[in-house]
Design a protein around this ligand. Sequence first.
Ligand code: GUN
Length: 264
Amino acid sequence: MEIKEYVLSRKKKLFETIKVMKTKPHLAILQVNDDDATNAYIKGKMKDADELGVLVTHLKLPVETKECEILKVVESLNNDDEIHGFIVQLPLPKHVDSEKIRVAINPKKDVDGFHPLSTLKACTPRGILDYLKHLKVDLVGKNAVIIGRSFIVGRPMAKLLIDESANVTVLHSKTKREDMYNFLEMADIVVVAVGQKWLLNDDHTFKETAIIIDVGLSRVDGVLYGDVQPGRNVFLQTPVPGGVGLLTRLALFENLVEIMKNEI
Ligand code: GUN
Protein backbone atom coordinates (compact mmCIF):
# COMPACT_ATOMS: atom_id res chain seq x y z
CA MET A 1 0.00 0.00 0.00
CA GLU A 2 1.30 3.45 -0.90
CA ILE A 3 1.92 5.86 1.97
CA LYS A 4 -1.04 8.05 1.02
CA GLU A 5 -3.52 5.17 1.14
CA TYR A 6 -1.96 3.80 4.32
CA VAL A 7 -2.22 7.19 6.10
CA LEU A 8 -5.78 7.63 4.90
CA SER A 9 -6.87 4.26 6.28
CA ARG A 10 -5.22 4.91 9.67
CA LYS A 11 -6.67 8.40 9.76
CA LYS A 12 -10.16 6.97 9.24
CA LYS A 13 -9.62 4.61 12.19
CA LEU A 14 -8.37 7.45 14.36
CA PHE A 15 -11.35 9.59 13.37
CA GLU A 16 -13.69 6.79 14.51
CA THR A 17 -11.82 6.52 17.83
CA ILE A 18 -12.03 10.26 18.44
CA LYS A 19 -15.70 10.40 17.44
CA VAL A 20 -16.72 8.24 20.41
CA MET A 21 -14.46 9.93 22.96
CA LYS A 22 -16.39 11.79 25.66
CA THR A 23 -13.86 14.60 25.73
CA LYS A 24 -12.52 15.91 22.44
CA PRO A 25 -8.71 15.91 22.33
CA HIS A 26 -7.29 19.41 22.59
CA LEU A 27 -3.87 20.13 21.14
CA ALA A 28 -1.92 23.36 21.52
CA ILE A 29 0.72 24.42 19.02
CA LEU A 30 3.25 26.99 20.15
CA GLN A 31 4.91 28.78 17.26
CA VAL A 32 7.72 31.29 17.52
CA ASN A 33 9.36 31.22 14.09
CA ASP A 34 7.49 32.77 11.20
CA ASP A 35 9.24 31.22 8.19
CA ASP A 36 7.38 29.65 5.26
CA ALA A 37 8.27 26.07 6.22
CA THR A 38 7.02 26.49 9.82
CA ASN A 39 3.81 28.15 8.65
CA ALA A 40 3.26 25.36 6.10
CA TYR A 41 3.85 22.58 8.68
CA ILE A 42 1.41 24.18 11.11
CA LYS A 43 -1.21 24.75 8.43
CA GLY A 44 -1.01 21.02 7.60
CA LYS A 45 -1.39 20.01 11.24
CA MET A 46 -4.39 22.33 11.72
CA LYS A 47 -6.06 20.85 8.63
CA ASP A 48 -5.54 17.31 9.97
CA ALA A 49 -6.90 18.34 13.37
CA ASP A 50 -10.00 19.76 11.77
CA GLU A 51 -10.57 16.58 9.76
CA LEU A 52 -10.05 14.38 12.83
CA GLY A 53 -12.29 16.35 15.18
CA VAL A 54 -9.39 17.55 17.36
CA LEU A 55 -9.51 21.01 18.95
CA VAL A 56 -6.43 23.16 18.37
CA THR A 57 -5.18 26.25 20.13
CA HIS A 58 -2.51 27.92 18.03
CA LEU A 59 -0.31 30.32 19.98
CA LYS A 60 1.94 32.43 17.79
CA LEU A 61 4.57 34.52 19.53
CA PRO A 62 6.72 37.19 17.88
CA VAL A 63 10.08 35.89 16.56
CA GLU A 64 12.00 38.10 19.01
CA THR A 65 10.23 36.66 22.09
CA LYS A 66 12.77 36.04 24.85
CA GLU A 67 13.55 32.49 25.99
CA CYS A 68 12.18 33.19 29.49
CA GLU A 69 8.87 34.36 28.00
CA ILE A 70 8.61 31.18 25.92
CA LEU A 71 9.33 29.13 29.04
CA LYS A 72 6.48 30.94 30.82
CA VAL A 73 4.06 29.99 28.04
CA VAL A 74 5.29 26.39 28.18
CA GLU A 75 4.68 26.39 31.92
CA SER A 76 1.15 27.74 31.47
CA LEU A 77 0.42 25.01 28.90
CA ASN A 78 1.82 22.41 31.32
CA ASN A 79 -0.67 23.62 33.92
CA ASP A 80 -3.68 24.13 31.65
CA ASP A 81 -6.15 21.30 32.29
CA GLU A 82 -8.02 22.09 29.08
CA ILE A 83 -4.96 21.21 26.97
CA HIS A 84 -4.24 17.48 26.71
CA GLY A 85 -0.97 17.83 24.85
CA PHE A 86 1.11 20.40 23.01
CA ILE A 87 4.05 20.88 20.73
CA VAL A 88 6.56 23.67 20.40
CA GLN A 89 7.17 23.89 16.68
CA LEU A 90 10.85 23.58 15.75
CA PRO A 91 13.18 25.07 14.75
CA LEU A 92 13.08 27.85 17.31
CA PRO A 93 14.82 31.20 16.64
CA LYS A 94 18.60 31.18 17.13
CA HIS A 95 18.53 33.13 20.41
CA VAL A 96 16.49 30.35 22.05
CA ASP A 97 18.06 27.22 23.56
CA SER A 98 15.81 24.46 22.15
CA GLU A 99 17.20 22.02 24.68
CA LYS A 100 15.90 24.11 27.60
CA ILE A 101 12.45 24.29 26.02
CA ARG A 102 12.46 20.57 25.24
CA VAL A 103 13.00 19.58 28.86
CA ALA A 104 10.60 22.21 30.23
CA ILE A 105 7.61 20.47 28.61
CA ASN A 106 5.71 18.16 30.94
CA PRO A 107 6.55 14.67 29.57
CA LYS A 108 2.90 13.72 30.04
CA LYS A 109 1.87 16.44 27.60
CA ASP A 110 4.77 16.06 25.19
CA VAL A 111 2.96 14.98 22.01
CA ASP A 112 6.23 15.11 20.05
CA GLY A 113 7.79 12.53 22.36
CA PHE A 114 11.00 14.62 22.51
CA HIS A 115 11.35 14.84 26.30
CA PRO A 116 13.95 12.40 27.70
CA LEU A 117 11.29 11.04 30.12
CA SER A 118 8.53 10.80 27.53
CA THR A 119 6.96 7.36 27.17
CA LEU A 120 5.72 8.23 23.69
CA LYS A 121 7.70 7.61 20.54
CA ALA A 122 8.85 10.68 18.61
CA CYS A 123 6.39 11.32 15.77
CA THR A 124 8.52 10.86 12.65
CA PRO A 125 10.31 7.69 13.87
CA ARG A 126 6.99 6.33 15.14
CA GLY A 127 5.33 6.97 11.79
CA ILE A 128 8.22 5.33 9.92
CA LEU A 129 8.33 2.27 12.18
CA ASP A 130 4.56 1.76 12.01
CA TYR A 131 4.76 1.97 8.21
CA LEU A 132 7.65 -0.54 8.03
CA LYS A 133 5.65 -2.90 10.23
CA HIS A 134 2.60 -2.43 8.05
CA LEU A 135 4.79 -3.43 5.07
CA LYS A 136 5.84 -6.49 7.12
CA VAL A 137 9.52 -5.58 6.83
CA ASP A 138 11.59 -7.92 8.98
CA LEU A 139 14.07 -5.68 10.82
CA VAL A 140 15.84 -8.33 12.89
CA GLY A 141 19.55 -8.42 12.02
CA LYS A 142 19.07 -5.99 9.12
CA ASN A 143 21.55 -3.20 8.40
CA ALA A 144 19.85 0.11 9.06
CA VAL A 145 21.76 3.25 8.14
CA ILE A 146 20.47 6.56 9.46
CA ILE A 147 21.88 9.79 8.08
CA GLY A 148 21.42 12.68 10.51
CA ARG A 149 21.70 12.66 14.30
CA SER A 150 19.00 15.17 15.27
CA PHE A 151 16.85 14.90 18.39
CA ILE A 152 13.75 14.98 16.18
CA VAL A 153 14.58 12.11 13.85
CA GLY A 154 18.06 10.52 13.84
CA ARG A 155 18.50 9.71 17.52
CA PRO A 156 14.98 8.50 18.33
CA MET A 157 14.92 6.55 15.04
CA ALA A 158 18.15 4.81 16.05
CA LYS A 159 16.63 3.80 19.39
CA LEU A 160 13.48 2.37 17.83
CA LEU A 161 15.46 0.37 15.26
CA ILE A 162 17.84 -0.93 17.94
CA ASP A 163 14.77 -2.05 19.91
CA GLU A 164 13.69 -3.95 16.77
CA SER A 165 17.09 -5.75 16.75
CA ALA A 166 18.39 -4.06 13.59
CA ASN A 167 22.12 -3.32 13.21
CA VAL A 168 22.06 0.46 13.41
CA THR A 169 24.67 2.89 12.09
CA VAL A 170 24.17 6.63 12.45
CA LEU A 171 26.06 8.81 9.96
CA HIS A 172 26.30 12.59 10.19
CA SER A 173 28.01 15.71 8.90
CA LYS A 174 31.43 14.55 10.13
CA THR A 175 31.21 11.12 8.45
CA LYS A 176 33.85 10.66 5.72
CA ARG A 177 32.35 10.53 2.22
CA GLU A 178 34.11 7.28 1.42
CA ASP A 179 32.71 5.61 4.53
CA MET A 180 29.21 6.80 3.67
CA TYR A 181 29.41 5.04 0.28
CA ASN A 182 30.48 1.83 1.97
CA PHE A 183 27.78 1.92 4.64
CA LEU A 184 25.10 2.66 2.05
CA GLU A 185 26.15 -0.24 -0.17
CA MET A 186 25.55 -2.60 2.76
CA ALA A 187 22.29 -1.04 3.93
CA ASP A 188 18.95 -2.84 3.95
CA ILE A 189 17.16 0.20 5.33
CA VAL A 190 18.27 3.81 4.85
CA VAL A 191 16.63 6.65 6.75
CA VAL A 192 17.94 10.01 5.61
CA ALA A 193 17.02 13.19 7.46
CA VAL A 194 19.41 15.95 6.49
CA GLY A 195 17.45 18.53 4.50
CA GLN A 196 19.82 18.75 1.54
CA LYS A 197 18.45 18.36 -1.98
CA TRP A 198 19.41 14.96 -3.43
CA LEU A 199 22.24 14.31 -0.99
CA LEU A 200 21.95 10.71 -2.17
CA ASN A 201 22.02 10.47 -5.95
CA ASP A 202 23.53 8.67 -8.94
CA ASP A 203 26.91 8.61 -7.15
CA HIS A 204 25.54 6.13 -4.59
CA THR A 205 24.94 2.42 -4.95
CA PHE A 206 22.22 0.62 -3.03
CA LYS A 207 21.10 -2.98 -2.68
CA GLU A 208 18.21 -3.67 -5.05
CA THR A 209 16.31 -4.93 -2.02
CA ALA A 210 16.92 -1.76 0.02
CA ILE A 211 14.22 0.43 1.50
CA ILE A 212 14.93 4.16 1.46
CA ILE A 213 12.94 6.38 3.78
CA ASP A 214 13.41 10.01 2.76
CA VAL A 215 12.70 12.42 5.62
CA GLY A 216 14.41 15.39 3.95
CA LEU A 217 12.54 18.42 2.77
CA SER A 218 14.20 21.40 1.18
CA ARG A 219 12.94 24.14 -1.08
CA VAL A 220 15.08 25.25 -4.00
CA ASP A 221 13.70 27.99 -6.29
CA GLY A 222 10.23 27.35 -4.89
CA VAL A 223 10.31 23.60 -5.57
CA LEU A 224 10.31 20.96 -2.80
CA TYR A 225 12.98 18.27 -2.85
CA GLY A 226 13.85 15.28 -0.73
CA ASP A 227 17.31 14.16 0.36
CA VAL A 228 17.28 11.38 -2.23
CA GLN A 229 17.12 11.78 -5.99
CA PRO A 230 13.98 10.02 -7.23
CA GLY A 231 14.33 6.80 -9.20
CA ARG A 232 16.89 4.84 -7.12
CA ASN A 233 17.07 1.20 -8.11
CA VAL A 234 15.74 -0.15 -4.82
CA PHE A 235 12.76 -2.10 -3.46
CA LEU A 236 11.07 0.99 -2.04
CA GLN A 237 11.82 4.71 -1.94
CA THR A 238 9.39 7.06 -0.21
CA PRO A 239 8.40 10.16 -2.20
CA VAL A 240 8.87 13.81 -1.22
CA PRO A 241 6.49 15.53 -0.83
CA GLY A 242 3.63 13.17 0.06
CA GLY A 243 5.74 10.65 1.95
CA VAL A 244 7.14 10.75 5.47
CA GLY A 245 5.51 14.15 6.16
CA LEU A 246 2.12 12.43 6.10
CA LEU A 247 3.34 9.73 8.51
CA THR A 248 4.61 12.37 10.95
CA ARG A 249 1.34 14.28 10.92
CA LEU A 250 -0.64 11.12 11.57
CA ALA A 251 1.68 10.04 14.42
CA LEU A 252 1.22 13.40 16.15
CA PHE A 253 -2.52 12.81 16.55
CA GLU A 254 -2.04 9.15 17.42
CA ASN A 255 0.29 10.29 20.21
CA LEU A 256 -2.28 12.85 21.40
CA VAL A 257 -4.97 10.19 21.65
CA GLU A 258 -2.50 7.89 23.43
CA ILE A 259 -1.88 10.63 26.02
CA MET A 260 -5.62 10.83 26.69
CA LYS A 261 -5.94 7.06 26.99
CA ASN A 262 -3.06 7.05 29.49
CA GLU A 263 -4.88 9.65 31.57
CA ILE A 264 -7.99 7.51 31.93
N1 GUN B 1 9.50 20.80 12.99
C1 GUN B 1 9.60 19.91 11.98
N2 GUN B 1 9.09 18.73 12.35
C2 GUN B 1 8.64 18.87 13.63
C3 GUN B 1 8.01 18.00 14.55
O1 GUN B 1 7.74 16.82 14.29
N3 GUN B 1 7.73 18.54 15.77
C4 GUN B 1 8.03 19.83 16.08
N4 GUN B 1 7.73 20.26 17.31
N5 GUN B 1 8.62 20.66 15.24
C5 GUN B 1 8.93 20.18 14.02
